[in-house]
Design a protein. Structure first.
Length: 174
């Protein structure tokens, strides 16, 4: 079940974002770089600002009464990239390691696709780490294709994210 995050839940969301990011990327990124990312990109002030943005929504995924992950979507000017006209971005989709394998990521992903269609967007897109082959294969099953890339910076660590997109309307104008 997905539940929209309320502004008064910003600190709970921050704890979840830090935990899932640490679980996902901790083995690959220096501790000092992680701390820098948490203090800046995942600061409470940044998360509060994101929750207040009218072109962004964040949801908790709840399983058996426990918050197990979260989904953040953006459209309009809230998107980190502006390469696609009339688009919807799935910016963050994370599930705690203890709840993986239960279909929660797929549930959030399908929800995000429905939200993009409800908003009548032409494109839905996301970034995925170039070394996350499991996620790339998952998105490919949904018809996503690579169209660009960007650098994702965590402190001094610079990774490459592939940008993947899917057209949601007929007669694509890529």
């Amino acid at each position: 079940m997905l539940v929209r995050v309320k502004k008064e839940e910003a600190s709970l969301l921050r704890e979840l974002e830090v935990a899932t990011y640490q679980e996902t990327f901790g083995p690959f990124i220096k501790e000092a770089d992680m701390a820098h990312y948490f203090d800046n990109e995942l600061s409470l002030a940044t998360i509060e600002k994101e929750l207040a943005d009218p072109e962004s929504e964040t949801y908790f995924v709840v399983k058996e009464g426990e918050i197990a992950g979260f989904l953040k979507c953006n459209w309009g000017q809230a998107q980190t990239e502006q390469e696609l006209e009339d688009s919807f971005a799935i910016q963050r989709i994370y599930v705690l390691a203890s709840h993986q394998g239960l279909g929660l990521g797929k549930e959030m992903f399908e929800f995000a696709l429905q939200e993009a269609m409800k908003r009548k967007c032409s494109w839905v897109w996301l970034g995925v780490w170039e070394k996350n082959f499991k996620a790339q294969n998952f998105y490919k099953q949904f018809g996503f294709e690579r169209f660009s890339e960007h650098h994702f910076i965590t402190g001094e660590t610079v990774d490459t994210d592939w940008l993947l997109r899917k057209h949601l309307k007929e007669n694509p104008q890529a």
